[in-house]
Design a binder for this molecule. Structure first.
Ligand SMILES: [Zn+2]
Length: 275
């Protein structure tokens, strides 16, 4: 079972208390994920929001008179993608949050705007809302530092004998982020892959695989991670020549679950261009 605990919580036997103050303690100690290896760190740039990222696009407003307010989310072409109806009360801050989904799927990368649909004139105020237009990305490039995508044929998908991913070079110790958050399917060590981690991507059947990490991944199986969360560092563990990230993408239903690896380079180039 995975549960969220406050920062500073310690490992040990778990005490569960009911509303009458009666408690029971677990027989076995509970171990906290993410403390042995370090804190949970958001390494995504703050200039954009990311699908399944730690920060969500929000819109806050107040009204001067009671009003039924409709807020719309529009894309760069001004197409209305979502609406929220709010019975707004004067003097109360109203806050909307978008989870980055459209029709149950991750919205595509782009520029989006929260705006008011036609309402009673003069009723609205939007305090502290400097930029209701925001940039949104469906993934983040996983190497958060200087890197190159690899230039030889053997670095790419299908290179050598059945190379299943893209080798990208960066100095050992360069931060690695989850390109798409989700649930950690596996984290461990393999003689060829070195320290590696497999993440079952949120709102997609796809899996994302990161190999040759410098040290054990900062996340463990079953744990939820957000897009842009630090999961480890570039290394050369396992069968690796030089510090690099071997990155794989697997189609639904995923890595050794019936999916197959496909060439991740076109996606990587897109994410890399966005920074
Ligand atoms: Zn490789």
């Amino acid at each position: 079972m995975i549960a969220t605990v406050p920062l500073g919580a310690a490992d040990g036997r778990l005490l569960v208390t009911d509303s009458y103050g009666q408690g029971a303690r677990s027989r076995r100690p509970v171990r906290l994920a993410g403390t042995a290896s370090g804190p949970i760190e958001d390494v995504a740039p703050t200039s954009r929001f990311f699908f399944n990222g730690r920060r969500r696009p929000r819109f806050e407003f107040e009204v001067q008179d009671a009003a039924k307010v409709t807020v719309e989310l529009v894309d760069a072409a001004q197409s209305v993608l979502r609406t929220w109806g709010v019975e707004a009360v004067p003097g109360e801050p109203h806050r909307l949050q978008w989870n980055g989904r459209l029709g149950g799927r991750a919205a595509p990368s782009g520029t989006y705007t929260f705006r008011f649909a036609a309402t009673a004139a003069g009723a609205l105020r939007a305090p502290g809302l400097a930029e209701p237009t925001f940039a949104f990305a469906d993934h983040i490039f996983p190497i958060r530092g200087k890197h190159n995508l690899g230039f030889t044929r053997t670095n790419g998908f299908g290179g050598g004998r059945g190379h299943k991913g893209q080798d990208m070079f960066a100095r050992c110790g360069t931060t690695l982020a989850a390109a798409r958050g989700g649930r950690v399917q596996y984290a461990g060590y393999h003689s060829a892959a070195g320290y590696y981690v497999v993440i079952d991507g949120a709102a997609t059947g796809r899996d994302y695989v990161y190999m040759h990490l410098r040290r054990p991944a900062l996340v463990e199986a079953g744990q939820r991670v957000f897009t842009g969360q630090k999961i480890g560092e570039v290394g050369e563990t396992g069968r690796a020549t030089g510090c690099h990230l071997h990155f794989e993408m697997w189609s639904a239903p995923g890595w050794y679950e019936g999916g197959r690896a496909f060439d991740p380079l076109p996606a990587l180039r897109r994410w890399d261009a966005a920074g």
